[in-house]
Design a protein around this ligand. Sequence first.
Ligand SMILES: [Zn+2]
Ligand SMILES: [Zn+2]
Length: 247
Amino acid sequence: MVKADMHVHTIASGHAYGTVQEMALAAKEKGLELIALTDHGPSLPGAPHRYYFSNLLILPRFIAGVEVLRGIEANILNERGELDLERRFLEHLDWVAAGFHDDCITPMSRDLNTQAIVRAIGTGLVDVIVHPGNPQFPIHHEAVVRAIAEAGIAMEINNASLIYPHRRGSETNCAELIKFAIGYRANIILGSDAHSPWQVGEIAKACELAVSCHLPPEQILNLTADGVREYLKKRGKPRYVVDAPIV
Ligand SMILES: [Zn+2]
Ligand SMILES: [Zn+2]
């Protein structure tokens, strides 16, 4: 299984159930080495104020021996691909996930949804596009995967989408997205989208799908913590500096 979970929410998201410490401890118990905190961007109801994200830098780099990346799950707001946190905040985060949530954007046509993702990628701020298989937001799969591959960023296969009802129907889309990802050699992240400590590192369903689609393991960035670190270095993350572990 994976050693890094790149999609983890805390109570700050407003509808999740673990603190930062509880999420890190759960990760440790499950043998993970790294997690990325990806609380929802400010425009989602119940999500934290934008200062929450700028203040993440006060957190230790390691909690319970687990490396904790400071991130966000930003909302794509419109067909221009605008995100719900200003550039000056986003460029200081270790990990910027971006995706559609229906409280923040009304689903548009397939063309416009695709354009929104492609333009969000074009900002240069996004490290991973999350749950692109959500049937509520139809996209041109090949065009999105191509944009992800050309930008050298990553696409998430979201485990929660495959087991909970809120993004029902994702599986077929995800299988097709993986097929294109293989063709374009796009980077893949298997994310839990954990909203409670019990879900941290739970990516079994996403893994099963990846295997059944014959996705080469080399394309999955978060099988190891080093895979994630290498990727971030390539992304030129200036803030990505590993401090001494605080155990
Ligand atoms: Zn989401
Ligand atoms: Zn999420």
